[in-house]
Design a protein. Structure first.
Length: 431
């Protein structure tokens, strides 16, 4: 039985194909479908499309369904298309005619829109909490190792003196920018589409402000056609946010894998967070960060994936949108998992001190030698050429003391300011 059932039966092959993975993926929307329905029926009672008694009966049964969902006792029947159908069928089965009243003034189009936005909003809040935890771990490590020097690289060649403090801190500040992108996505998501119906509103006197306040949206999508156009656009914004986080985590994971190798030996992972080889007894492999590196590469493909599913679609609803869940839902879980694992391991990483005592790193100080000459009155380009000539003829013998006076160099970090920046953005989520 379908909500739209008429005097014919749909072909079984077509039925299976069109349902797709909805009866599995929609379990993640179940809680939010019930919450959205509760808000909708409160509004229906307010405009006299439901009686007070109807509202009480429906609310009681919806709470029973919500309890089943939260207890893990809720399923979507294989023959049922989606979560919206399952909830409505349960209400009708239990309450009869009263259960048939919940869909007045609503379409599955705006129903799925509100479900998705409530789900995305909740997931974004969890992601933000995980980002904050990783940020704190990186900041702590940055402070702890701000005076421990390491080589900096450009073109994968030694470039200038850096520090582990700068290295950890760089990823902390990168997360601040990622948080800014998440905030922009959150603001786009946190607008109420309920009441837009199939995309063209309703002749019922729906009170959309009422459902907006009940569901704690910041605002509503005013134009009902645009509310439907938000399907796909919302997912694209979220995909970019997940991809930006993926980019930060990917670069961090790549560095850890490289710096942990014996050829570098810059840092050490606790052995309990590594794996071994079936034939090489010495191996302690950074599999956690290798998997994060690959999983985050998958995240980087999300925006393109979403864009290709929704490009060239005219305004209004299309069944194509159903497939967005297959891309976005796993992406959300992937980024949460990667954030959680990274935040778990980062505080336990140990760094190697005295790296720059090795003579192969002496060229790291070439810029400092140029700067010293400039400070003594030599024109910059002349100083550059003199130091370059010394390097070429083998006479370069630099001092290994670094000038730490300029802001942001080696051991002189801006962690306090980065923390302020992060907290300023974070406060917008909790305001």
């Amino acid at each position: 039985m379908k909500l739209w059932q008429k005097d014919f039966s749909i072909n079984k092959l077509v039925e299976q194909f069109t349902i797709g993975q909805d009866n599995v993926l929609d379990l993640q929307l179940a809680k939010y479908d019930v919450i959205g329905t509760m808000a909708h029926i409160k509004m229906l009672q307010k405009i006299d499309l439901l009686t007070v008694e109807d509202l009480e009966i429906l609310t009681l049964e919806l709470n029973n369904i919500l309890s089943d969902i939260e207890n893990g006792d809720f399923t979507i029947d294989e023959s049922v298309e989606d979560i919206h159908s399952q909830v409505e069928f349960l209400l009708i089965d239990k309450l009869g005619e009263v259960g048939k009243k919940v869909h007045a003034g609503r379409s599955r189009n705006d129903q799925v829109l509100v479900d998705l936005r409530l789900y995305f909003r909740a997931e974004l809040k969890e992601i933000v909490d995980l980002v904050a935890a990783l940020f704190e771990g990186l900041q702590t490590q940055s402070e702890a190792y701000k005076d421990v020097l390491m080589p900096g690289y450009t073109h994968t060649q030694i470039a200038m003196v850096s520090s582990f403090g700068l290295w950890f801190g760089a990823f902390a500040e990168s997360l601040a920018d990622d948080l800014q992108q998440l905030l922009a996505t959150y603001k786009t998501i946190n607008q109420n589409p309920l009441g837009s119906g199939a995309g063209y509103g309703s002749s019922f006197p729906l009170d959309r402000t009422h459902t907006t306040e009940t569901l704690e949206f910041d605002d509503l999508s005013y134009n009902v056609v645009y509310a439907q156009m938000g399907r796909g656009k919302t997912e694209l914004s979220l995909a970019f946010s997940l991809a930006m986080l993926g980019n930060t985590l990917n670069k961090l994971a790549a560095d850890v894998c490289l710096f942990n190798s014996q050829n570098f030996g810059f840092l050490k992972l606790p052995k309990e967070y590594t794996t071994g080889s079936s034939i090489m007894p010495h191996k302690k492999n950074p599999d956690v960060f290798e998997l994060i590196r690959s999983k985050t590469n998958q995240l980087l493909t999300l925006p393109t994936n979403v864009a290709m599913m929704t490009s060239n679609l005219t305004s209004g609803y299309h069944r194509d949108f159903q497939l967005l869940k297959e891309a976005i839902f796993p992406g959300i879980q992937t980024v949460k998992q990667c954030l959680e694992l990274t935040a778990f391991v980062i505080p336990k990483i140990e760094v190697t001190e005295g790296l720059l005592d090795d003579s192969k790193y002496k060229y790291l100080y070439s810029v400092e030698e140029v700067n010293k000459k400039v400070l003594a009155g030599t024109p910059f380009r002349t100083a550059y050429q003199e130091v370059g000539a010394a390097i070429e003829n083998g006479s370069f013998d630099p001092e290994t003391e670094i000038n730490h006076t300029h802001e942001g160099s080696v051991g002189n970090l801006c962690n306090v300011e980065i923390k302020k920046k992060f907290d300023r953005i974070l406060s917008n989520f909790t305001a």
